[in-house]
Ligand binder design. Sequence first.
Ligand code: PEP
Ligand code: MG
Length: 312
Amino acid sequence: ESRAALATWNGPGRTADGVPVKILANVADGASARTAAEAPVQGVGLFRTELSFLNRKEEPSVDEQAAIYREVLDAFGADRYVVVRTLDAGSDKPVAYATLDGEENPALGVRGLRLSFDNPGLMDRQLDAVAQAAKEAGTEAWVMAPMVATVAEATDFAAKVHERGLTAGVMVEVPSAALLAHRMLEVVDFLSIGTNDLTQYTMAADRMATDLAHLTDPWQPAVLQLIAITAEAGRQAGKPVGVCGEAAADPLLACVLVGMGITSLSMAAAAVRPVGARLATATMDVCEEAAEAALSAADPTAARDAVRALLL
Ligand code: PEP
Ligand code: MG
């Protein structure tokens, strides 16, 4: 799309023929939220709460956590919403008061939601803090858990979130969750696909390993298939399914995701205009054709080429 279209695109997210797609921001704290709130986004699709606690030795009190969450909620006010992710500590993001020392294989260890198996109070206090912050701010808060692998985990998590009057979802970043998306959607209100980890765990390739970049590519056909399964489950359930990993920030791939049935795209603020402007040039029919072409391509290069040819 032209530089002019990029500069003038001002939201809200929609295809060329007017199908709405929520364009949302990924944020880490109050400061990044205030910056993101200036962009034409309908809210936050991923608030990475653990990033506020990476250098803490002790768990912050409920009041202190609520104050931190409140800053992000306040940046978006009453007419936008914020998806708060519960603590995704462990693996590449150790949090001193939460994570275990000396795991041999931390990416496959006790990370994300799994921390609450032996320490349910940690999750309870965080959910109390989110509920308190949402009430004070008057901003709609949705809450989702990272690293969910089973329907039982989703069921327990959703019960805790619903008890507090909030909207509950889980992240799809483990292949098991994608394969069971239809059953996950029987117990939660929405799904959000974390393509960074979904790619890592589907391809068994460390997302940080630059040598493996050809494998840690969300255009890999196996990753696209799992995303399509998840999106289709959302369509059938009539519930929102978003993407909040790096894949959502790729304008071509964003059109493919929308063609699969993805209802929101959440990304770094810098990607909002390129993605929004590109999506505005493609009709839903073209997005669906792009999705089919990408899914049937032999490899990432062929998928990109096929989609580029359709969208230009
Ligand atoms: C992801 O895994 O795609 C994701 C959005 O979460 P994070 O990058 O914080 O692991
Ligand atoms: Mg992740």
